[in-house]
Design a protein around this ligand. Structure first.
Ligand code: ADP
Ligand code: ASP
Ligand code: MG
Length: 465
């Protein structure tokens, strides 16, 4: 028997965000059947829906408006796309059922005062659960045999609600048992991105933007031959086209480069997507639902020789620099460990760390909204040192951005760092801190929030096209 080829395709929020987008997505799924025997489709929530759901969870008083808008969004698309009256009625009934779950959850939150992480996941997951119904019905109505199943049925995670980690062994077993019979029967298997369930069956989410990760997890456990991420731009670009209109698509990028780009804020791919793909040796492609003829970006294991030393520039905004300073920091073992222990207790992610060589200060970035919690935790941990003036100050900056330049060619090229600083100098941009990725694939500079766009634009000009 000929080897069966398996493709996992993930469609992002804009790709399922309107009747027009869903028509394009349907066409892409239909066309892909020419070349692929087994196809899994992973869907995000319709664009804007996850934000809407979570905003309502945080301000349940506005849930009534959200409820209307959820109906309008899903029902108008369903009515425009689904011709078969029974299928349409059934789809609307199912989505209405999920909207009722939303209303009940918001009511409970209003009574309780605040949503637990578990309740917030149950609410956030509704977006993908609704779009799953809509997309599956749309495909079937277009004559494409599709079976829709929520990922809670096979993607097993731990109970770290809002940022759950998959249990790959349990997920592999369940995914193969459930998906293989459907795929072998020739059905398109449609499922939800972003969500899973813990061992007890409670709904979890993989973190914002996590549908890319879902596709990678499913692709790696099946395993698939390729994972394609369908989005609203032509692939991975030299920078965010929303910030710099002259950004160009990169036809290929190495795993190391995309990992740094995604980690340092390029929203086009969730940072956790890369590892399972690399470990399973699967092909990854990022392409545009609104321009499917374009090849998009292919990920390559090895970097090919290129005249481009710098390949892309990215930024993470709304960060603050936290500094711990004092003579008592020098030569005292374990100060950094204590500091990061305190930060970890607040469950905060630290994207960048620098330490002065005098060892008299440690400085790191944290998301702005966590800065106050982090400062409090540090002040508690170092109460004794602060009292004895071994630590003089623990403070945080105003809002800053981390701007990162990525390119594997930087490993062998000299003078890149110099070029970056002179360019920022020419634009009068003050650099508050610097860090180089240990893989030498990236250099990050921290700049004031209002310098972000200029910093990205000026460094983007260093890319040789
Ligand atoms: P989806 O809903 O399809 O997952 P996202 O909004 O999460 O789409 O990601 C796609 C967006 O990522 C693009 O519209 C673009 O504005 C942004 N983006 C940021 N950096 C880059 C980059 N380097 N290349 C391409 N897109 C980028
Ligand atoms: N819908 C989820 C979010 O908005 C997941 C995703 O789109 O990848 O975060
Ligand atoms: Mg995304």
């Amino acid at each position: 028997m000929m080897e069966q080829k398996t493709l996992v395709m993930k469609f992002g929020g804009t790709s399922v965000g309107s009747a027009d987008a869903l028509r394009r997505t349907t066409r892409i799924v239909r066309d892909s059947r020419r070349d692929w025997d087994r196809i899994v489709v992973v869907t995000s929530a319709m664009a804007g829906v996850t934000n809407l759901l979570l905003d309502s969870a945080n301000h349940p008083a506005g849930a009534l408006n959200a409820e209307r808008s959820l109906r309008e969004k899903h029902f108008s698309a369903a009515e425009a796309l689904i011709q078969n009256k029974t299928t349409l009625a059934e789809t609307i009934r199912e989505i209405e059922g999920l909207i009722q779950v939303f209303v009940k959850l918001c009511n409970s939150i209003q009574i309780l005062g605040a949503g637990s992480p578990r309740a917030l996941d149950a609410i956030a997951a509704l977006g993908e659960r609704m779009s799953l119904r809509l997309l599956t019905a749309t495909l079937n109505d277009a004559g494409i045999a599709a079976q829709g199943v929520e990922a809670t049925e096979f993607l097993v995670t731990n109970s770290n609600f809002q940022n759950a980690c998959p249990d790959f062994n349990a997920t592999r077993k369940k995914t193969r048992a459930l998906l293989n019979p459907a795929l072998d029967a020739g059905n398109i298997f449609v499922t939800t991105g972003f969500i899973g369930a813990n061992a007890d069956g409670a709904i979890t989410t993989l973190g914002r933007g996590g549908s890319d990760y879902s596709a990678a997890i499913i692709g790696s456990v099946l395993p698939a031959d390729e994972v394609w991420i369908w989005t609203d731009v032509d692939g991975v670009m030299t920078t965010d086209p929303r910030m710099v209109t002259s950004a160009k698509t990169l036809s290929e990028i190495s795993y190391g480069e995309i990992a740094e780009l995604a980690y340092y804020g390029a929203k086009v791919l969730h940072p956790k997507t890369i590892r399972p793909i690399v470990e399973a040796g699967i092909g990854l492609r990022i392409c545009n639902t609104f321009n499917p003829a374009q090849e998009g970006t292919r990920l390559t294991a090895v970097r090919k020789k290129s005249k481009r030393v710098i390949k892309a520039v990215t930024a993470i905004q709304k960060q603050r620099l936290v500094t711990i300073e004092g003579r008592g920091m020098a030569g005292v073992p374990g100060m950094a460990a204590l500091a990061f222990g305190a930060v970890t207790s607040t469950k905060t992610n630290v994207p960048l760390i620098t330490q002065a060589s005098s060892e008299q200060s440690i400085c790191f970035a944290v998301p702005s909204e966590t800065a106050e919690d982090v400062l409090n935790a540090l002040k508690t941990t170092f109460a004794h040192e602060l009292e004895e003036s071994k630590i003089d100050k623990v403070w945080s900056s105003n809002d800053v951005s981390i701007v990162t330049v990525v390119g594997a060619g930087m490993q062998s090229a000299s003078g890149v760092t110099g070029g970056i600083f002179s360019r920022l100098g020419e634009y009068g941009i003050n650099v508050l801190a610097v860090a180089q990725g240990s893989s030498e694939v990236s250099i990050s500079v921290v700049v004031n929030a209002n310098d972000t766009e200029n910093a990205v634009k000026s460094l983007h000009e260093l890319i040789v096209h």
